[in-house]
Every structure is written in structure tokens, then in C-alpha cells.
Design a protein around this ligand. Structure first.
Ligand code: CDP
Length: 504
């Protein structure tokens, strides 16, 4: 993980993280604290501390009046920095709050309305100022309904039980996954059906299903909703955060409203005029017909112009996931490559700047999706992996940008990473001749344009690829593309990922 940064006035605060037992709230809360300087309040520990106190005094959860009285007189103090510690009667009891006794009893006590109102009051007092992250069950809905950034984490019961069993060992309470599952299920049932503030996602919460994600992926995904310093409008953190979220996910992300991507924010006058329409428009129904219209239209044009060739089509698998990679010389490359492939629809990953209106309409209609280059754009990676898992074809220009010299540059590792995560085979391609299209007069000279498709690179899926595996596959991709190119397109790469010879 990266180094802590000092709290900044542009940070959205407070952040609410809700979700069922063992969904990863605490880990994410701590990560926010460690990375951005938030203070982290794990409100679950407060309910656990109340439970410990009630058990010590022999008060049952069914005695609501006694519980309420105890909540009123309880000397419960919270120390919250990067982590949360709880003091009961001046004594640190944090290490006792994960005991099986507390674990089994906490949900019934937490359902008592008088207990909740006392603890909610305390939580609001604690988190009154400074950048805060609060984790719990009702933070986004009841404790801090106006929080500018809310997350709701979820995961399958099996995944959560496995994680909790692992944690229970670390807490000295070794449990099997089956035991953890029993505890988790019964707490989930009480927490989500109780009358007072049941567990439920706030309507404006960003929902993250963590079942299939690694810890780093969840954290990176959540962090992508924090605006970069230059994007954070001090007064309108919500807007900045949402815009940032939109920029890092799909053109129309499901979980953020008012979704303006960075590309859109830079759009010109026509774009701004069109914005109210384009933001509401769902491009998806038009993508397929538009795509095939372009592919076949362009094939006719190229055929008329003559001097166009697509070779190696027999290497394209008829079905199943596929990553098409190619060198990149001109903005016309994606449609030309698509026309070369012809028999399968390719979804291209395209730099976010291209989504500016009005040109962005063509990109969207073409079915492309945005990526922030030079960033670890996890949302784009996840989108790509979902597409492949559905058996789709992903198009990538692994150099990340067009080559200015015509010579191929070193690919970024993103392609290899996606391939290794999904096990999708890679079709290496080479485009030759489109660099001449930079000068429109050259079109009249009928430039020779070729799409060459090489032999498939088979990839075995790896859950957590190592740096060596990624680098080795990146080298293979580079070698396969260069093997298809005429010699003068190839220069010995220097490990600089081609940016020396590329245009931004
Ligand atoms: O760590 P884990 O997700 O297993 O639980 P926790 O966050 O420590 O919360 C323990 C229990 O406290 C939950 O099962 C809820 O019954 C209760 N709780 C609540 O009702 N409201 C909150 N804001 C936080 C926790």
C-alpha cells in the first residue's frame, strides 16, 4: 500500500462504510485512515463494548429498560486514530471484544432501541470534526445520512465465513469456517430484520461486492472515489468524488449519480449543450448495429480504395473470451482492426480523453469503454475482466498511445495482467500503413494498409499473478506483435514502455 498522506480539506468527510458481518469494513476503514489521514471509528466495537458491560452486569437483552439505563450510565470512551480502541470505566477492553461470548450476544443487544440511540449520539459526538471514516450497519442510513461518500460492502456468506475463520485465529479465538458461518448467519439475520435501524444499503451508497475481489482490489476500487487533489472542489466534494468515480468506471456508472467523467468535464461548447441528453442516453442498444454498420461500411471503403489486406483470420477463435492486441499508429486503427477481425465484435479500451463530446458519441456508440492511462485504473480492468468472463472480445493497444515514429513501443503490463486474471487467450495483431493516414492527401495515394493476425497466445489463469509472470507475458506479447511487423517498425525496446517514442 502507498504512504499516508496528510488530511486535506478536499477529502470527502465523513465516509460511511456499512455492510454485513466480515464484509471487510474494518480493513477498508483502516486503509482510508492509513492512506489519507482519516480517523477511523469502528462502531461495531462500541456495540460489542456495551455487550461486554451488560454481560458483566448480568443484564439480558430482553430487559430493554435495564439495557437503556445501562446505556445511559455507561462510561464508554473511544480512542480512534488509524484504529479504534474502546475504554470501559477507563480500562482498555478492545482485546476482549471479539470473545465468543460477545460475538454470540452482540446482535440481540444491538437491536434494543435505547442502546442504539445512546451509541448513535456518542458516535455523532466523536465524529463531529476532522476527516472521519465510520464503519457499521446504519452509518449511511441513520448515523450520518448526509455523508458525502458512502460504501456498502457485501460478499457471499461462504467468503465472509472463510475470512472470519482466518481472522478468528489472529484474534486467538480459532474457529472453523463452519462455526464462523453459523455466527455470521445468525448475526446477519438479527441485524437485517430488527425494527430499529436494520442493516440495509443507503440508496446513495456505492455497493461493492467483494466476493471475487482481493483486498488490494477492494481498497483500490474504494480509493478511486477520492478525488485527486487537483480535482477536489473544496466546497463540493460530492461532485468531485462522483465525477472521479465516473471517470474511473464506465461511461454511465450504476452507483454514482450526476456522473460526469473527466473527459466530459473538459468537453467543449457543443458537448456542454448536448450533455443533458447524452448523460441520460443509454448507448448500449445502439452499439451493436452501429458497430457492424461501421465494420462493413469500412470494409467496402477499404476495398474500393484497394491496397487493403487482412491476413491470418484463421487464427481468430470462433467463440470464447479473447484479447486482441495490436501496435497503434493512427486514430483510425480501432475501426480498421475491427474490420480486419470482422467476424467478432471487439470492445476497445480507449483513453478517457476520447470520451469528450461530441466525438465521444462515436466512441460510445462503438462500444468502447474508458481507461485512465498511466494510472492503475482498476475499474477499467474489472470492466475488461467482466467482458471476458462473459466470453467477449477485448481490444487493447498495449502501448497505451499512438506511436509517433511508427516504431512499436514497449507494452504496458495491464494487458498481461488482465489475461492472467482471466486466462483469456491473446490474439497478437499488427497494423501496417495507417501512419500514412495522418496526412489526408496520402489517402488519395491509396496507401497500402494491412492487418496481420498472428498465432494465439494461450494463457493459463492465475489468481494472483507475480511480477515475473506479468513481465514474462508482456514480453511475449511484445515479441508476438513485433514478429508480425516489417522490420523498420521495430526498435529494440528499452523497458521504457515506449513513451519515449510516443505521443500523448
Ligand atoms: O466485524 P463484524 O462485521 O463482524 O461486526 P461488528 O462491526 O464488530 O459489529 C458487531 C455487531 O454490532 C453487529 O453484528 C451488529 O449487531 C452491531 N452493530 C450495529 O448494530 N450497528 C453498527 N453501526 C455497528 C454494529
Amino acid at each position: 500500500m502507498t504512504e499516508p498522506q496528510p488530511p486535506s480539506p478536499t477529502l470527502p468527510s465523513p465516509i460511511a462504510i456499512d455492510g454485513p458481518a466480515a464484509s471487510g469494513k474494518t480493513t477498508l476503514g483502516r486503509a482510508f485512515a492509513g492512506r489519507f489521514g482519516y480517523r477511523f471509528l469502528d462502531t461495531g466495537l462500541m456495540y460489542r463494548a456495551f455487550t461486554l458491560a451488560a454481560l458483566r452486569e448480568g443484564i439480558g437483552a430482553d430487559d430493554e429498560a435495564a439495557c437503556e439505563a445501562l446505556a445511559g450510565r455507561l462510561d464508554l470512551r473511544v480512542e480512534a486514530e488509524e484504529d479504534t480502541r474502546i475504554l470501559l470505566d477507563g480500562k482498555d477492553v478492545t482485546s476482549e471484544l471479539r470473545s465468543p461470548d460477545v460475538e454470540r450476544n452482540v446482535s440481540p443487544y444491538s437491536a434494543v432501541p435505547g442502546v442504539r440511540s445512546a451509541l448513535v449520539r456518542l458516535q455523532r459526538e466523536v465524529a463531529a470534526d476532522g476527516p472521519w471514516v465510520l464503519a457499521g450497519r446504519d452509518i449511511g442510513t441513520v448515523v450520518l445520512p448526509n455523508a458525502p461518500l458512502k460504501f456498502y460492502l457485501e460478499a457471499s456468506a461462504e467468503a465472509r465465513a472463510e475470512r472470519r475463520a482466518r481472522q478468528s485465529g489472529e484474534w486467538g479465538q480459532a474457529q472453523t469456517a463452519a462455526e464462523s458461518k453459523g455466527d455470521i448467519n445468525s448475526r446477519d439475520a438479527i441485524d437485517s430484520t430488527r425494527k430499529a435501524s436494520p442493516l440495509e444499503p443507503a440508496p446513495d451508497a456505492i455497493r461493492i461486492d467483494t466476493t471475487e475481489l482481493t483486498l488490494d482490489e477492494v481498497i483500490t476500487l474504494a480509493f478511486s472515489h477520492i478525488p485527486a487533489p487537483e480535482e477536489g472542489g473544496g466546497e463540493d466534494n460530492r461532485g468531485a468524488s462522483e465525477q472521479n468515480a465516473a471517470a474511473r468506471t464506465e461511461p454511465r456508472p450504476r452507483n454514482a449519480t450526476g456522473d460526469r467523467s473527466k473527459g466530459e468535464r473538459k468537453e467543449g461548447r457543443i458537448g456542454r449543450l448536448l450533455a443533458p441528453i447524452t448523460r441520460r442516453l443509454s448507448w448500449e442498444p445502439f452499439v451493436r448495429p452501429f458497430y457492424w454498420f461501421c465494420v462493413h461500411g469500412l470494409r467496402v471503403i477499404l476495398w474500393v480504395l484497394g491496397r487493403w489486406k487482412a491476413v491470418g483470420r484463421e487464427n481468430i477463435p470462433a467463440s470464447g473470451p479473447l484479447i486482441v492486441v495490436s501496435n497503434h499508429l493512427n486514430n483510425a486503427d480501432p475501426p480498421i482492426l475491427a474490420s480486419g477481425i470482422a467476424r467478432r465484435q471487439v470492445r476497445f479500451m480507449a483513453k478517457i480523453e476520447l470520451f469528450k463530446m461530441p466525438f465521444g458519441a462515436i466512441i460510445r456508440l462503438y462500444g468502447a469503454f474508458p481507461v485512465r492511462r498511466f494510472d492503475a485504473d482498476l475499474a477499467a480492468m474489472l470492466h475488461a475482466e467482466r467482458l471476458l468472463k462473459r466470453g467477449g472480445v477485448l481490444g487493447m493497444f498495449p502501448e497505451g498511445t499512438r506511436s509517433r515514429t511508427g516504431k512499436v513501443g514497449r507494452p504496458h503490463p495491464g494487458t498481461a495482467l488482465i489475461a492472467l486474471h482471466t486466462g483469456a487467450p491473446i490474439l497478437p495483431c499488427a497494423i501496417v500503413g495507417t501512419e500514412q493516414l495522418g496526412n489526408p492527401l496520402n489517402v488519395l495515394r491509396k496507401p497500402r494498409i494491412e492487418v496481420r493476425m498472428g498465432k494465439l497466445i494461450e494463457v493459463e489463469a492465475v489468481r494472483r499473478p507475480t511480477e515475473e509472470q506479468v513481465s514474462e507475458l508482456t514480453d511475449r506479447i511484445f515479441a508476438a506483435i513485433t514478429a508480425l511487423l516489417p522490420e523498420h517498425y521495430v526498435e529494440a525496446y528499452t523497458g521504457s514502455n515506449g513513451q519515449n517514442s510516443s505521443r500523448k
